[in-house]
Design a protein around this ligand. Sequence first.
Ligand SMILES: C[S@@+](CC[C@H](N)C(=O)[O-])C[C@H]1O[C@@H](n2cnc3c(N)ncnc32)[C@H](O)[C@@H]1O
Length: 429
Amino acid sequence: MKNIYNLRSIAATAISQVLEQGQSLSSVIPELQQKVSDKDKALLQELCFGVMRVLPQLEWFISQLMAKPLKGKQRVFHYLIMIGMYQLTYTRIPAHAALAETVNGAISLKRPQLKGLINGVLRQFQRQQQELVEQANNNVSHHLHPKWLLARIQKAYPQDWKNIVDANNQKPPMWLRVNQLHYSANQYIALLQEANIAAELDKNYPNAIRLLTPCSVNILPGFDKGWVTIQDRSAQGCAELLMPRDEEKILDLCAAPGGKTTHVLEIAPNSKVLAIDIDEQRIKRVKENLQRLSLHAVVKTGDGRLPHEWAAGEQFDRILLDAPCSATGVIRRHPDIKWLRRNEDIDQLVTLQSEILDAIWPYLKKNGTLVYATCSILPNENSEQIKAFLERHADAELSGTGTLETPGIQITPETIGGDGFFYARLTKQ
Ligand SMILES: C[S@@+](CC[C@H](N)C(=O)[O-])C[C@H]1O[C@@H](n2cnc3c(N)ncnc32)[C@H](O)[C@@H]1O
């Protein structure tokens, strides 16, 4: 059956929703994916994420070929042109198909009169492509990052910033977390081999497996039965550092969509976990994930700054606080972050994180353990945040993660390794 939709126009709409309305790709794409065939879902994802990854380069191409950028109601066609250029530069889609499908996107977007313009710009791009790509590659002062963010990364990592931005510009590897209640990572990798899925173990993370090529979860052995979860290697370090034990009361704060809640329960299936998140929609995903893995936790919507509303005098043996953050460690997974975040967001996030930390600390039992984690690589959200917390709370002690001068463990994103992440473990004296 012939497709009755135009995929490029759907991708242009998604990009417009992100760049014009400030929505995230991960919130926009699932809804749009429902309109397309299974075969096209991956291409939709590739086009949208790809454009976000190299946005400044595509903007520059357009600036070289069009005297006036398309604005207002016509802005979506600016993104359609970018999608055309992205396909010609970064995919193996035959040029004639990429051009025809992109130009036809103007019909689906109800402006057939713009077909000529789009076709003209893309054909001119094709003629000058080699030269334009070379020039763009020579002019990489922005490294495909916004200026403010590049400056922050360069300041925090004067030696390593280049490796970090290079890793941010790659496509991310796909990591699995094997559910130790069913299989060891060694046993599961044998199942992957039987299914012809190439993968390798990680010697530092006991349950982690990296797939050599990302694939759909539907072909992973036992995914529906909860044998395995998609989770980056670095994220797997949080629950391990928390060291939960059966029978303990554990608070997983900022829990949605439940990647770490389920990990805690795989390590300690008889622990009593309370999972809290402020976002009602995302809380539903915690419940779905628990269900898929047949695990049990109490799940509630709540604000981490107001624990009296949902913890009612309870105290916990362990608290995992996976704080809201800039997500600057996971840019390769969510390249739209580069264009959604603003410099001024960082201070606001630092304030929110410290408010949650201060509010939750009284709810940790004496001798209890708190793990503070973020997927940020910015020191103000991480080591500096924990340093200030230790100065404010005389009964808080750093437990085996970093030094008092630079508390916590900071991981930076690596091309085939884990995401950028930070963890600090504190105990209460
Ligand atoms: C990094 S994500 C958590 C990821 C999750 N721990 C996991 O492993 O799947 C941060 C979460 O913090 C939540 N959040 C933001 N502000 C919050 C607040 N004031 N109180 C509770 N949760 C909050 C967001 O809704 C988001 O789900």
